[in-house]
Design a protein around this ligand. Sequence first.
Ligand SMILES: Cc1cc2nc3c(=O)[nH]c(=O)nc-3n(C[C@H](O)[C@H](O)[C@H](O)COP(=O)(O)OP(=O)(O)OC[C@H]3O[C@@H](n4cnc5c(N)ncnc54)[C@H](O)[C@@H]3O)c2cc1C
Length: 441
Amino acid sequence: MSEKINIIGGGLSGSLLAIYMAKRGFEINLFERRPDMRKNKMLAGKSINLALSTRGLRALAKVGLDKEILADAIPMYGRMIHSKTGELSFQPYGKDGQAINSVSRGRLNIRLLELADEFKNITLHFNTKCIDVDVDKSIARFEMEDGSHQTFQSDRIIGTDGAFAATRGKLQTSERFNYSQSYLHVGYKELIIPAGDSGAFMMKKNDLHIWPRGAFMMIALPNPAGDFTCTLFLPFELFDSLSTKENVVKFFNDEFPDAVKMMPTLVDDFFANPTSSLVTVRCYPWVKKDKLALMGDAAHAVVPFYGQGMNCSFEDVIVMDECIEKYGNDWNKIFDEYQKERKPNADAIADLAIQNYYEMADKVGDKHFLHKKFIEHELSDLYPDKFKSQYELTTFSLSPYKYALDQGKKNDILLEKIIADKAEEKIKDAAYMESLWKIIQ
Ligand SMILES: Cc1cc2nc3c(=O)[nH]c(=O)nc-3n(C[C@H](O)[C@H](O)[C@H](O)COP(=O)(O)OP(=O)(O)OC[C@H]3O[C@@H](n4cnc5c(N)ncnc54)[C@H](O)[C@@H]3O)c2cc1C
């Protein structure tokens, strides 16, 4: 009889995991708290678009979805920085046309559910809210649409139910389970820059636009219809102070004057759209015996500033799949290797993401930072086999996030040394650089 697996949470990682596991012949039940978003596209969750990059694309490629998703995506080749006075400056993300891709969260999730539905061995359940799991018996209990409760038994359970996972709740009350959640002091609100006449983009299309203001910032990602989804990140106290129409208009005119001209519904959107918080969740272990495993945000919610939460969650799916390939039906080994491989990398991307908030909000306008970025680009152009920036390692490579974090710290020492030695001109001299490479080894 084939292995029966209950996957709880039909978001991005749960629906992709269901497809991977169905391809291995398991009998999958995928439970999602929300209604079926394919039937009502307004319910496709947060309209925020996401930056999809190398790791996420690799996971989609394995189920044949990468090209299709990319066809509907907008590549963003770098950051377009908007100063208070409206001057623009461009900072490329990588080289040779490397780009991150703006994709719609809703459309991606719908496409994954559509593909999952094509498998005879996947059953999709909507309006099923997990309220409890009995780990030893591998039973999950759900609140159904009509308020009744139902239980579903399986051989094992995988919790992909997001940052506030019900499946994790059970582990949180068990012995020697480490758990922390920390909220960033800033919250976020979605706003919009609509398309111009005939769907024209009102700003440069292929960039991630940033208005860095030190203690806060706004970003905008392009959508295929010509509009931009803006996300305003502000300390909560500042959000609280923007309580009247006049305050909001004045704040935007003072801080984002070039953007405000393109935001005709700004005030209505500001008061209609919720202010949400940003949490980092760290926990361990991620598994209980060979019965329960956590994956995606359920195991490691990170703040969104490196654009890696989904990419990291998709990489979890690949690692779990590789462990199944390696250990067959030995689920103790599968779960154990999965968590040992992923935990240090999840911790690393959590740190990188917080670090990137300060970089995006504050440093992208700082002269010393820009000077370092310039040298960094030169080094990676001159010595592609020896030098890779932290951004490149995180976003455009499959190197472990932990390696990207550690290497970034070493790179920083190297860059500071070059600047301290006033040796910017010498970096083209391979003999000079030879004495420095040991810093980053
Ligand atoms: C503002 C913002 C911007 C972001 N930008 C990016 C980006 O650019 N790039 C990137 O890679 N990542 C980004 N992320 C992170 C990304 O959204 C998450 O990492 C990703 O969605 C994680 O996928 P998941 O499947 O683990 O969780 P989710 O996508 O949150 O899915 C969890 C699912 O479980 C369901 N669920 C919850 N509780 C229950 C329950 N009790 N029973 C049944 N179902 C349940 C939910 O309805 C949901 O469908 C961003 C996040 C935010 C908040």
